[in-house]
Write a protein that binds this ligand. Structure first.
Ligand code: HEC
Ligand code: HEC
Length: 352
């Protein structure tokens, strides 16, 4: 081949390739199955419906449920309902959007990658808070709640809630929120809201060949169906793992030495300030000031609640007369390295 025509060929090949690459997302969007709910798909493949299955979504109830999640009250029979909690709303501790992306291999958390560093990168890219509770996005499609160390810590409290979504909501309305349990209509409204936000096939990172198979589910044998069920369930969290940690012992602490202050700033703003900014849910007001930096550095070395090594791993407890408390962060929600990043940022603030 002539040298020049070879170059032209190579160039157009690259062009076609990159065009396909950037258009990949659109290619995915064209599958009819994309609009199927994940539960619907699983039932088609022979899986049983969830215990909390909702056959007919009622948009009015869903709207009220949304109010309850975001505002803590709604309008019922023409009247403003009583707040679930005087202290918190659900979104103080839980996101309602996806926290992991669909992109694979770009340093971003893929649908089922729970790594807190990658989740932070995703939160920055999509301007989300970074919170101690798991996201409520996709909660309709989960079947197991308060997992890992939450089970050990709360024993009797979560016994009924561990595989029962309405019960899990009740536990959090009453205990996590320092509030009260929901009335039947409130619980139903919230369930309809979660149903309205259920996962669709398009929310999963399934490859086109899997989607094509799904479309012809009626002609598949039971082995093929089972394998499809497996592929679908492998694309999102059936449950969120949780491992608690102790306060880091003094000889392991880096005191921010190798921490990344830029990541620390993001953590501080997306997590701590979500509640402590303008003293929103607590008397302790924090901000990006020198004073805040010095406050944390002063207590950093010890084992008190004001030490970042301690507060993040233990949180605080509701007391009688003072029911607002800080939830602890499991290792999945904030890593030890991220605590170092936060401290590195506090050092930077203190030198302002
Ligand atoms: C002060 C913080 C806080 C508030 C407020 C709060 N939660 Fe939670 N919630 C948590 C934590 C921490 C967990 C532990 C499990 C997890 O999410 O990883 C949890 C767990 C849950 C779970 C089980 C999730 C799972 O995957 O295991 C549900 C459902 C839930 N909350 C719903 C709600 C609802 C609905 C509200 C509002 C009425 C609410 N929460 C308010 C902190 C909170
Ligand atoms: C979900 C809301 C929430 C988040 C997120 C949160 N806090 Fe808190 N924090 C609280 C509440 C509520 C208290 C209890 C103080 C009170 O009674 O007002 C508290 C207490 C504390 C205390 C102890 C104060 C004392 O006097 O004992 C420190 C220190 C603290 N938080 C730091 C942080 C840091 C650092 C972060 C981020 C990693 C963070 N908080 C994230 C709500 C939150």
């Amino acid at each position: 081949m002539h040298k020049l025509s070879f170059l032209v060929f190579l160039f157009s090949a690259i062009l076609v390739f990159s065009f396909n690459w950037t258009n990949k997302k659109n290619v995915y969007d064209h599958y009819e199955v994309d609009q199927w709910g994940v539960e619907e798909a699983l039932i088609k493949l022979g899986d049983s419906a969830y215990n909390h299955h909702i056959a007919n979504l009622d948009p009015k109830k869903a709207e009220m449920g949304k109010d309850l999640v975001f505002k803590g009250f709604t309008t019922y029979n023409g009247k403003k309902s009583k707040r679930i909690s005087p202290y918190f709303v659900c979104t103080d501790c839980h996101n309602t959007k996806r926290e992991t992306g669909l992109e694979r291999g770009l340093g971003m958390a893929h649908p089922k990658d729970n790594d807190p560093e990658k989740r932070l990168a995703y939160a920055i890219k999509n301007d989300l808070p970074f919170l101690p509770g798991s996201t409520l996005w996709g909660i309709y499609n989960r079947t197991s709640f308060y997992n890992g160390d939450y089970r050990k810590k709360y024993l009797g409290l979560v016994d009924k809630a561990k595989d029962d979504l309405p019960e899990a909501i009740q536990v959090c309305s009453q205990y996590c929120s320092s509030g009260r349990s929901l009335k039947d209509w409130e619980l139903e409204a919230m369930m309809h809201y979660f149903k309205s936000e259920e996962l669709k096939i398009k929310d999963l990172g399934l490859f086109p060949n899997i989607k094509k198979n799904l479309l012809k589910y009626q002609s598949l044998d039971s082995g093929e169906k089972r394998s499809l069920i497996y592929s679908i369930k492998d694309e999102y969290f059936q449950s969120y793992p949780a491992n608690f940690s102790y306060t880091m012992p003094k000889n392991k602490r880096g005191y921010g030495e190798n921490g990344n202050p830029k990541a620390g700033k993001e953590l501080f703003e997306r997590s701590c300030l979500h509640c402590h900014g303008e003293k929103r849910v607590t008397y302790l007001g924090l901000d990006n000031s020198k004073l805040t930096g010095k406050f944390f550095l002063k207590y950093m070395k010890g084992y008190r609640d004001q030490s970042l090594y301690q507060i993040i791993r233990w949180g605080t407890y509701p007391k009688s007369g003072r029911k607002q408390y800080m939830p602890q962060y499991s290792k999945e929600k904030m890593s030890d390295d991220q605590i170092e990043d936060l401290i590195a940022y506090m050092k930077k603030l203190s030198q302002k």
